[in-house]
Design a protein around this ligand. Structure first.
Ligand code: NDP
Ligand code: 8X3
Length: 249
């Protein structure tokens, strides 16, 4: 049986992926900051697979390394890493950007992804196998107005996806990215700091992706034979053509 570590498993794409993986019989290490959500998901999915939870903020590098390095024996072999934790904070012209928002996006989406990956590279290298999926974004392929630092953070994820694939290649580790377009999760609630109406309006007038749509694609990616590596996938709602063109009713 395989084991996957999923960051950002308490909501949206990460949570949907945990559910799909449980149906595939993949044991789970679920990560996030909201402990009660981790406990509830563990309770739900433990009926199917073995589940372990790690409650940490990906920005806290000592805690990230310490917790991943001291996993119980049963969860020490990690076959799949889903680097998913992340969010946008704010949507303003760069000249009006909030420095704390910039720090949060770069610290979580880029540095947090690196800290978690660092804790897992050594394991996968000594195993001589592993699969890392980085959740990028259409925002990491094309900058859109006011997206500035969020887009920069996702461009960095794109660069790191390429870099990991090159550097880990000789260790037979698969590395690839799944880059979603507009997906209705808690993403916009976080971006707009709890303004639910504003968040909802992002997905009005068209059928956005559901987190389950992305989870299903991640399931497809991880279930290919080991000689097949899906390196970089962009997935948008049919109503979306690129980062700025969305056909709304
Ligand atoms: P959600 O807000 O629904 O989920 C974000 C997840 O990230 C939560 O589980 C949250 O857990 C976790 N997270 C956020 N900050 C931290 C932190 N500091 N430490 C640990 N975990 C953290 O959003 P999505 O599911 O949409 O986002 C998942 C990924 O998908 C992100 O990387 C996002 O950039 C990307 N994405 C989203 C798109 C969209 O349109 N929704 C499109 C393209 C990419 P907790 O708060 O419990 O810590
Ligand atoms: C999330 C998609 O277009 O809101 O990465 O930036 S978008």
């Amino acid at each position: 049986m395989k084991t996957a570590l999923i960051t950002g498993a308490t909501s949206g794409i990460g949570k949907a992926t945990a559910r799909v993986f449980a149906r595939e019989g993949i044991n789970l290490i679920l990560c996030g900051r909201r402990e009660e959500r981790l406990a509830s998901l563990k309770n739900e999915l433990s009926k199917r697979v073995a589940v372990y939870t790690l409650c940490f903020d990906v920005r806290d590098k000592e805690v990230v390394l310490e917790k991943i390095n001291s996993l119980p024996e049963k969860f020490q072999k990690i076959d799949i890493l889903i680097n998913n934790a992340g969010n946008a904070h704010g949507l303003n012209p760069i000249q009006d950007g909030n420095i704390e928002d910039w720090d949060a996006m770069l610290d979580i989406n880029v540095k947090g992804l690196l800290y978690v990956s660092k804790a897992i590279f050594t394991r996968m290298i000594s195993q001589g196998s592993g699969h890392i999926i980085n959740i990028g974004s259409t925002a990491g392929k094309e900058v859109y107005p006011n997206g500035n630092v969020y887009c920069a953070s996702k461009y960095a994820v794109d660069a790191l996806n390429h870099a990991m694939r090159i550097d880990l290649n000789k260790h037979k580790i698969r590395v690839g990215a799944v880059n979603p377009g507009l997906t209705e999760t808690e993403f916009s609630e976080v971006r707009f700091k709890g303004d639910i109406e504003k968040a909802k309006s992002v997905y009005e007038g068209f059928q956005a992706l559901r987190p389950e749509d992305i989870a299903d694609i991640i399931r497809f990616v991880v279930t290919r034979p080991y000689h097949v590596n899906i390196a970089d996938l962009v997935v948008m709602p049919t109503a979306q053509a690129n980062s700025v063109t969305v056909n709304k009713e």
